[in-house]
Design a protein around this ligand. Structure first.
Ligand code: SF4
Ligand code: SF4
Length: 268
């Protein structure tokens, strides 16, 4: 299905932040008090329903991640939201990333029954939580568990100054593939755009499709797909994010698409 979305030039991946607060303050995250803090709040439920209804009309069958920089398990509406997304987009892949501080077996079972596919769970604590480990063992299909030591820390577009990673100048395909909606309903550049440096539109008053195909968003994708294109964008020039497997597949599909277009044009 992702192949189909890529051929249509549409995103196959969405992060939607229903809850903008996190209980933790990890030193490598924008939520750490040392970094400039964004305005925090929670998404209006009608905004969430509007987005999911639009995805439903598109027959969206890609990935929907219910997170950005807030902790999803703090959102009391989470089970309801997962259930709604599952009903409206039955073929989508529903997941969220969590610090699992608030995960209980009951909550997990409710989420699974509502239609959740996976929790990407990271233990940011110093010690392993034995209750969580039991859950991971009992529900291996539903929890992708990792320890803090297992993760690669990103410099978050160069904004996290205590992270010394290698700056990339390769093309970036993230905004061509993924749409990020923060708790306000703003569509921002990518998952590193905590401070909403780029806002391409707000989903409350605009359709996701119109925002996705807006001239400004399209232009920035063209720049980022060029070699060294990142150097033309202030926010991107110090970013260490490299193309992942799915973006490499996207590149390949787009190359094939262009070849097919050229071939068809030849015979018209
Ligand atoms: S738990 Fe996640 S979102 Fe919260 S501060 Fe840590 S890294 Fe950031
Ligand atoms: S280069 Fe980095 S900051 Fe820019 S869009 Fe890509 S991932 Fe985001």
């Amino acid at each position: 299905m992702n192949v189909l979305y890529n051929i249509m030039g549409l995103f196959s991946d969405m992060n939607i932040e229903t809850y903008g607060f996190c209980n933790r303050q990890c030193s490598f995250c924008f939520n750490y008090e040392k970094y400039p803090q964004r305005e925090k709040g929670i998404m209006n439920r009608n905004t969430y329903y509007k987005v999911i209804n639009e995805l439903s009309l598109m027959k969206f069958a890609g990935r929907i991640g219910l997170h950005h920089y807030g902790e999803p398990l703090l959102d009391k509406r989470l089970v309801k939201f997962v259930k709604f997304a599952r009903q409206k987009c039955p073929k989508s892949y529903l997941e969220f990333a969590s610090n699992i501080d608030f995960l209980t077996e009951k909550k997990l079972r409710d989420l699974i029954n509502a239609g959740l596919n996976k929790i990407v769970a990271t233990n940011y604590g110093d010690v392993e939580n034995s209750n969580i480990l039991k859950l991971v063992k009992k529900y291996p299909k539903f929890i992708n568990y990792r320890n803090f030591n297992d993760i690669t820390i990103s410099n978050r577009a160069g904004a996290l100054f205590n992270c010394k990673s290698r700056i990339q100048n390769k093309p970036c395909y993230k905004p061509s593939n993924q749409i990020i909606i923060n708790w306000k309903g703003d569509v921002v550049l990518c998952c590193s755009d905590y401070n909403s440096n780029f806002i391409f539109g707000n989903v409350i008053n605009n359709s996701i499709r119109d925002i996705w195909y807006s001239t400004r968003f399209m232009k920035i994708r063209v720049i980022l797909k060029k070699r060294k294109g990142r150097t033309q964008i202030e926010m991107c020039k110090n970013c260490d994010s490299s193309p992942n497997k799915s973006t490499i597949i996207t590149i390949f599909i787009k190359m094939c698409k262009n070849k097919i277009k050229k071939y068809v044009r030849k015979f018209l």
